[in-house]
Every structure is written in C-alpha cells, then in structure tokens.
Design a protein around this ligand. Structure first.
Ligand code: IPE
Ligand code: IPE
Ligand code: MG
Length: 253
C-alpha cells in the first residue's frame, strides 16, 4: 500500500490496546459466540460458512485477549442443545475444533496459551477428541492464558454431574466435610478457573442458553448486535471498556 494511503491516526471513536491496559483487565472472559447462521444467511451462504468464518474470529480474539493479559477465555462452541440441529450442521460443528487445532496449535504454543475443554467429551467424534487431546497435551506446560472450549457443554448437565460425583465420593467415604461453595466449585467442569468477570454474547440475543449457570452469578454482562463472524478486535476492546466503567459491588455498597 502507498504510504499516503496508510491511516496514520486512529479511527474516530476507536479504542486502543494501550488505553485499555491502563484499566482493570477482566481475569476471565466468557463468550457466547452467536450469529454464525444469520451471518451466512445474509450472504446467501450455507450456515456452515458462517461457522467457518466464526472459527477465524476465535483465533483473532484469542490473540488479543492473551496480549491484554486476560487469564482465561472461555468460548461456547457447542451446547448440549445444539444436537437438535440438522445432522450435517452438527457434524460440521464437531469437526471444526480439529481444523482449529490443526491450523492454530503452533501459534497457541508460541503464544504460551494453555488449551482446556469443558463438556461431555464422550459424545463427540473420535477424530475431534484426538485433536482436542493433542492440543490440551501439547500446551499443558504453557503458563499464559487458558483458552477453555465449552464443547458439548450445558450448565445444567454440569451441575447435575457435579452432584452425582459428590454422591459417589460420599458413598466411597472420600468426602468428610459438608458441601460448601468452594468444594462444589471443584466438582464443576470449570474447576481451577475463576468465575468469569465478563460475559459477552453476540448477535442480539439476550439470554444465557444454558451457559455457565453457576459461574455467572456475579459476572458483568455485555451484549452486542454484532454477529460473531463480524466480531472484531475493536468489539472486544469496547466490551472491556464497558466493563471498566461498571461498579462491581457484589452485594456491598
Ligand atoms: C453460533 O451461531 C454457533 C453455535 C451455536 C454453534 P448460530 O449457529 O447459533 O447462528 P444463528 O444464531 O443461527 O445465527
Ligand atoms: C448458544 O447459541 C450456544 C453456542 C453459542 C454454542 P444458540 O444459538 O445455540 O442458542 P439459542 O438456541 O439461540 O438459545
Ligand atoms: Mg444461535
């Protein structure tokens, strides 16, 4: 590009990374990545094209979040309710993590990102499980941001599973104390991660869709009409800027 066409100044109203890192950065950001299907429909493309484009956005958002010093980024990739979709779409969605890891793993390693998964892995195809296990294994010694994929995840299923595992541990005589919040946390699929500070949902839907029901008890919510494949670095900065202006009281004054 010719020098004179290069933008030397920020877009009016744009937010810079430098500006954002001066304020508190959410330790854990959770994202309900929604609107892939509508994005594709607007372009007369198959829904799967929207999912594919959405995968690229996960890469960009991961890199920015890691640069900003976010400790954990959880992305909702497939819900326990998404099995209701046509088989072709389900198959495509459950194959995507394989492509994501296949193309992005070297960068994740380089960025010092640690990959984790939460959800019922047993029901996902073996090839996807393998790709995911490899990513988890290859990044397990990384000390930077945790990239946590919610894959075949449902908040209610997670709570029920926790309760059942508590019952098993009780019956086997491994549980000696009363169950409190700290102990319960350890039985959740998000064990080891702090509760999200910021929840982002794209595409204009204002609901949780069975996402992290326990963990979001005191999270700040940020909703945008932007469809996930259109979500840019600037939108993440906007969400964090909004978060930085919130007064978190946790019931206090
Ligand atoms: C989000 O996009 C991706 C998943 C739920 C897996 P959608 O596929 O839900 O897109 P819309 O909501 O139909 O536009
Ligand atoms: C939530 O989006 C699930 C994921 C983003 C993976 P959906 O598109 O499935 O949610 P609903 O059906 O609009 O509630
Ligand atoms: Mg949707």
């Amino acid at each position: 590009m010719f020098e004179k066409f290069k933008k030397s100044k920020k877009e009016p109203g744009s937010i810079s990374e430098e500006e954002i890192v001066k304020g508190p950065i959410p330790n854990h950001i959770a994202i309900i990545m929604d609107g892939n299907g509508r994005w594709a429909k607007k372009r007369s493309l198959p829904r799967t094209a929207g999912h594919h484009e959405g995968m690229k956005v996960v890469k960009r958002v991961t890199k920015l979040a890691s640069r900003l010093g976010v400790k954990a980024l959880t992305v909702y990739a497939f819900s326990t309710e998404n099995w209701k979709r046509p088989e072709d779409e389900v198959n495509f969605l459950l194959k995507l993590p394989e492509e994501f890891m296949g193309t992005f793993l070297p960068e994740l390693v380089e960025e010092n990102v640690r990959v984790q998964i939460m959800g019922n892995k047993d029901a996902i195809p073996t090839h996807t499980q393998k790709a995911v296990d490899k990513a988890v294994n290859d990044t397990k010694h990384n000390t930077g941001m945790v990239l946590n994929f919610a894959l075949n995840y449902g908040g209610r299923a997670e709570i029920i599973e926790a309760v059942n595992n508590i019952l098993v541990d009780y019956q086997e005589g491994n549980l000696h104390n009363k169950v409190d919040e700290t102990l319960f946390d350890q039985y959740l699929m998000s064990a080891g991660l702090q509760d999200p500070d910021l929840l982002i949902r794209t595409s204009g839907e204002i609901r949780l869709s069975n996402f992290m029901l326990w963990q979001l008890a005191y999270t700040e919510f940020w909703f945008t009409d932007v469809l996930w494949p259109d979500f840019k670095e600037q939108h993440l900065l906007e969400a964090i800027q909004a978060y930085q202006k919130r007064g978190r009281r946790f019931g206090g004054i």
